[in-house]
Design a protein around this ligand. Structure first.
Ligand SMILES: [Zn+2]
Length: 70
C-alpha cells in the first residue's frame, strides 16, 4: 500500500484530472481543494470527490500533480 499523500504537501500546485469516461481533462488548484476538504485530506480522497464537468461522472478518473508555474 502506498503511503497516503495529503493535500497539505502540495499546496500551491495543481491537480490535473482526466475523466476515465470521456477523457475530459480538468484541473483544480490544490489551495482551493484545501479550502473545501482540508489539508489533511489525501490526494486520493480529493480525486474520488472530483466531478467531470462534461459528463458529470464522479470519482472515475486519473490524476497527476503539476507544480504551479512561476
Ligand atoms: Zn467525463
Amino acid at each position: 500500500m502506498l503511503k497516503s499523500k495529503i493535500l497539505g504537501d502540495y499546496e500551491g500546485d495543481k491537480m490535473v484530472l482526466t475523466c476515465a469516461r470521456c477523457q475530459h481533462e480538468f484541473s483544480h488548484d490544490i489551495s482551493n481543494l484545501i479550502l473545501v476538504v482540508g489539508k489533511e485530506a489525501t490526494l486520493h480522497a480529493a480525486r474520488t470527490r472530483a466531478v467531470c464537468r462534461r459528463c458529470n461522472t464522479r470519482g472515475d478518473n486519473t490524476y497527476r500533480i503539476v507544480p504551479k508555474s512561476k
